[in-house]
Design a protein around this ligand. Structure first.
Ligand code: ZN
Length: 144
């Protein structure tokens, strides 16, 4: 674990295991430190690690770095219903390639600017910016 980066990242329950400095980009390999996850089908608490699955997720910038998290969304196998499942992670929605807080930040940028400019400044496609706007509006309407 890298304590300073874990602290800078500030995602509760998440450790930075290692990092790569690519000059203008920073890639942090992160992992949740919970040893167990709840099966989404039957609610059984499961400890059994089935396999790991890593992928990149965009997060808020750290200093001048565009920052990506290499998320290890661990696979568990439920001991009761016997089916594999991915652990839910609080900071990133299922199948999303950006963290919730990054999407929230982007939506705020769009409010004060326009989609094209935000996309250019952040090296994102217009489509990805729009997907964040839609994602956050769905997220906010479903929590009310
Ligand atoms: Zn189950």
């Amino acid at each position: 674990m890298v304590p300073l980066l874990t602290e800078l990242l500030g995602l509760p329950g998440v450790d930075v295991e290692s990092y790569e400095d690519l000059g203008d980009r920073l890639i942090l390999s992160v992992e949740a430190h919970a040893e167990e996850a709840t099966c989404p089908r039957c609610g059984t608490l499961s400890h059994r690690l089935h396999q790991n699955h890593g992928y990149l997720v965009r997060d808020l910038a750290i200093s001048h770095y565009q920052t990506y998290l290499r998320v290890n969304r661990r696979q568990f196998k439920c001991s009761k219903c016997g089916k594999p499942f991915s652990e839910p992670l609080e900071f990133v929605g299922p199948r999303r390639t950006y963290t919730d807080r990054y999407a929230e930040w982007i939506v705020n940028q769009v409010k004060h600017s326009d989609t094209r400019n935000v996309a250019l400044n952040e090296s994102l496609s217009d489509d990805l910016v729009w997907s964040m706007v839609e994602y956050m509006s769905e997220k906010n309407s479903s929590s009310m």
